[in-house]
Design a binder for this molecule. Structure first.
Ligand code: NAP
Length: 271
């Protein structure tokens, strides 16, 4: 049976992905800080094993990877989904807050990927899916460091696709647009952004409110899970996948329109 490790499997897109993979017959390790060891089984023979793993703790990642290899001999795929968002203008975000934004989304993903690659290299096969975002292509004001971390993840995934191909390892970045999950409620505003004296306070607050409304009226996490599951079933995965027609179009425009025009449109939407 194919074994998949999904980070951030306890809610939203990760949870939907774990359930969909289970129904497709995979053995899924759903990793999160709240993992509790429970096992859910499906009629297909697939199952989801909930495990405690903070992607920022290398010893927890190492132990989980060892457990998966011990119990299953192989790791078919890794889905790096754990993430969070912060809100605030560039000026209103401290270096500590920037580090926080990169910690789980980037360094956490990289720590997990670097723990799994040696196993996949030894197998001569493997698939790695990362969760970037449409915000990784289109710059989003007042979520600048979220945009930055998702762009970094996207670019790194493309590089991995080149470097890991000789070892039989394939990589794919999935870029959701607004998706209705707990992500919105989990977003942290930077300290300076919450100060009513901030030069950005009105614009930042109004823009984030609009973005949060769009998220909560956005795509279902199942639609993103479907895209991830589909890629994992393919012999060769796409380099980049944007689920949903509207966001595919945004992604395309973000890549082909002149920067000046993109920034003008985004500025009109959020300023
Ligand atoms: N929702 C959107 O609109 C949207 C759009 C584009 C991209 N994305 C990306 O999609 C991914 C999933 O987001 P979501 O919308 O499903 O958010 P979510 O509902 O808030 O889920 C986040 C998941 O990450 C886990 N997590 C957070 N910190 C972790 C850590 N240090 N170690 C391990 N797990 C951790 C959480 O579980 P615990 O708290 O139990 O650890 C939870 O399972 C993220 O990478 C996000 O950036 C989301």
């Amino acid at each position: 049976m194919r074994t998949v490790l999904v980070t951030g499997g306890s809610s939203g897109i990760g949870l939907a992905t774990c359930n969909m993979l289970m129904k497709a017959g995979y053995v899924v390790y759903s990793a999160s800080r709240s993992g509790n060891g429970s096992i859910t089984e499906d009629i297909s023979g697939g199952r989801v094993i909930s495990i405690k793993m903070d992607v920022n703790k290398e010893e927890e990642i190492k132990s989980v990877v060892e457990t998966i290899v011990r119990d299953n001999q192989r790791i078919y795929a890794l889905v790096c989904n754990a993430g969070n968002g912060i809100g605030g203008s560039i000026e209103d975000t401290s270096v500590e807050e920037i580090r926080y934004q990169f910690e789980t989304n980037y360094f956490g993903a990289m720590k997990t990927i670097e723990a799994v690659i040696p196993v996949m290299r030894k197998q001569g096969a493997g698939k790695i899916v990362t969760l970037s975002s449409v915000a990784g292509i289109i710059p989003i004001p007042y979520q600048g460091f979220y945009s930055a971390v998702k762009a970094a993840l996207l670019q790194t995934t493309k590089v991995m696709k080149i470097e890991l191909r000789p070892f039989g390892i394939d990589c794919c970045a999935v870029l959701p647009g607004d998706t209705k999950t707990g992500f919105t409620a989990n977003r942290k505003y930077t300290a300076a952004a919450m100060d009513t004296n901030s030069a950005y306070y009105d614009k930042c607050t109004a823009s984030l409110k609009k973005m949060e409304h769009d998220e909560q009226n956005g795509m279902s996490p199942d639609a993103i899970a479907k895209a991830i599951t589909r890629q994992l079933s393919r012999r060769r995965m796409a380099t980049m996948v944007i689920p949903g027609f509207t966001y595919k179009l945004f992604g395309l425009l973000g890549r082909i329109l002149p920067n000046r025009l993109i920034l003008w449109i985004v500025g009109l939407m959020y300023s």
